[in-house]
Structure formats: C-alpha cells, structure tokens
Design a protein around this ligand. Structure first.
Ligand code: 1JT
Length: 257
C-alpha cells in the first residue's frame, strides 16, 4: 500500500520515551513510509531513544541539546551527510523549571523565563533555519503547542508565554519560508500524560479528568491523535496550509466557560 510519507526524510526532535508526543508522531509517520531520524539530549535520553529509533528502522540518531549552537550545527551536518536533504522537521520539545509550573506567574524568575523561552521557543527558530537549508525543493515543519498560550490556564504560567511566542514564531517562519515552498504549522494538543507532564505538573490527573468531562468529544486525546494531524499537515494533504495552529483537543477550545 502506498503511504502518505513514502521515502520522505523526517527528522524528529523531542522523543524522551514511548509516551512522548514526538513518538506518537514518529509511529504514524513510520506507518506511512517515512524514513526517520531522531535527536537525543544527554546519555539518559540516549538510552531511551536508541531502542525506540531502532524499532522504526531509524537511519539517524544524533546528539543534540538545542541550547548548544555547536550541537545543532553538528546535528544538521550529520543530517546533510546521511540524507543530503530533508523533507520534514518535527519539533516536539519544551522545558520549564518545575517551580515555574506552579504558583503565581508573576513570580517567574528571569532565569526561569529565559530558559523556558530558549528551549521551547527559540529552538524552533534555530532548527527551522538549519532545516530550511536542507529543503531546497520545499518541505514541512510542525511543532506542538497548548491552549495555555491563548487563555490563562492555572499553573501553565511561563509555558503559556513561551507557547504564545512559539505560535507567533510559526507565523513569522511561515511567511519567511513560504516562498521556498516550506510550510510551518503547529498542533495544539489537549493535555496528554507524557514524561514532562507527569513529572513536572501538579495534579495533572485532575486536569485530564476535567478535560474528559467538559470537552465536546468527552475524551482525552492521545499521542496518536496528535500524530495523525501532524501527518496530515506534513503530507501533501496539507499542501495549502501554512502558519496555522490546529487544535487537536476534542473541541475543548471552542467552549466559552
Ligand atoms: C512542558 C511541560 C510543556 C508540560 C506541558 C507542556 N506543554 C503542555 N504541558 C502539559 C501541561 C502542563 C501544565 C498545565 C497543563 C498542561 C512540563 C515541563 C516541560 C515543558 O497546566 C494546567 C502545567
């Protein structure tokens, strides 16, 4: 059967374990015939990423901490050596210090603010610039965001500001890279229990339960739900879509209460 991503070279940033949204996207891309590459940041993550990468016949597993310019340069050098070009960049990473995801947003420290922005927002700009150099015949870039960028969601705090910046960056990147045939979009997923969410967020279970009770579809969304929409955006089915933030949230964002 022909796949939507047959032979496409897809570089995925942000797999931490099998619960990662990046992994949900990767599995869906793999099923559709994509050739995959992954990054990891540090030895602990390397041990988790390598076996997952192997299970989808990844052709590339590269160290890349996005806060280190040299590592980013090195990683894209490896992508160029291995593939000569790139069709899709998946950006599915974020960071905020644990203490910033509780209490008052107004207590956010300068350091915490800058770190969240650097990892969660600037990294898209940097990776997109590098990726674009490997996409002379066009390509597609997709990133992940959350409703806390649009409305105040208790405890999301500095990540809400970082994601608002990320969504704006999606629009500016889409305008810059559009003439080169590169599309840039974001998927705004409902809350999903990942390593980041479970480890860093107070009462995340409560958030999932509330969501299940209130969202029009009365269910939580999965990594695969996010993956399917990322697939649509990155495949030829999304050819006319760029600069968009598409909600995959069981309809939660349409509610007025
Ligand atoms: C990060 C974390 C980014 C959790 C994230 C995130 N984007 C969405 N979530 C889940 C979430 C988190 C909170 C929330 C609602 C959803 C963890 C640290 C790394 C960056 O608050 C209501 C706090």
């Amino acid at each position: 059967m022909a796949g939507l991503m047959d032979g496409k070279k897809v570089m995925v940033f942000g797999v931490a374990n099998e619960r990662s949204i990046a992994w949900g996207i990767s599995k869906v891309m793999h099923e559709q015939g994509a050739r995959l590459g992954f990054n990891f940041a540090g030895e602990t993550l390397e041990k988790r990423v390598r076996p997952l990468a192997e299970s989808v016949d990844a052709e590339l597993v590269v160290p890349c901490d996005v806060t280190d310019d040299d590592q980013v340069t090195e990683a894209f050098g490896r992508i160029r050596e291995t593939w000569g070009g790139l069709d899709v960049l998946v950006h599915s990473l974020a960071f905020a210090r644990r203490e910033e995801l509780m209490g008052r947003f107004s207590d956010t420290s300068r350091e915490g603010f800058l770190k969240a922005m650097e990892v969660s927002t600037y990294s898209l700009v940097h990776l997109s610039r590098e990726a674009a150099q490997l996409m002379p015949d066009g390509g597609s870039i997709v990133t992940m965001t959350y409703y806390g960028s649009e409305k105040v969601v208790e405890n999301y705090n500095v990540m809400g500001v970082a994601k608002a910046g990320l969504e704006a960056a999606v629009r500016y990147l889409a305008a810059d890279l559009g003439p080169q045939g590169i599309r840039v979009n974001a998927v705004s997923a409902g809350p999903i229990k990942t390593l980041a969410a479970a480890g860093g967020v107070k009462n995340f279970r409560g958030l999932l339960t509330l969501f299940e009770e209130k969202a029009p579809l009365r269910r939580n969304v999965t990594q695969e739900d996010a993956g399917h929409v990322a697939l649509f955006l990155c495949s030829h089915m999304g050819a006319g879509v760029t600069g968009e933030v598409l909600h995959v949230d069981s309809g939660f964002n349409i509610l007025g209460h």
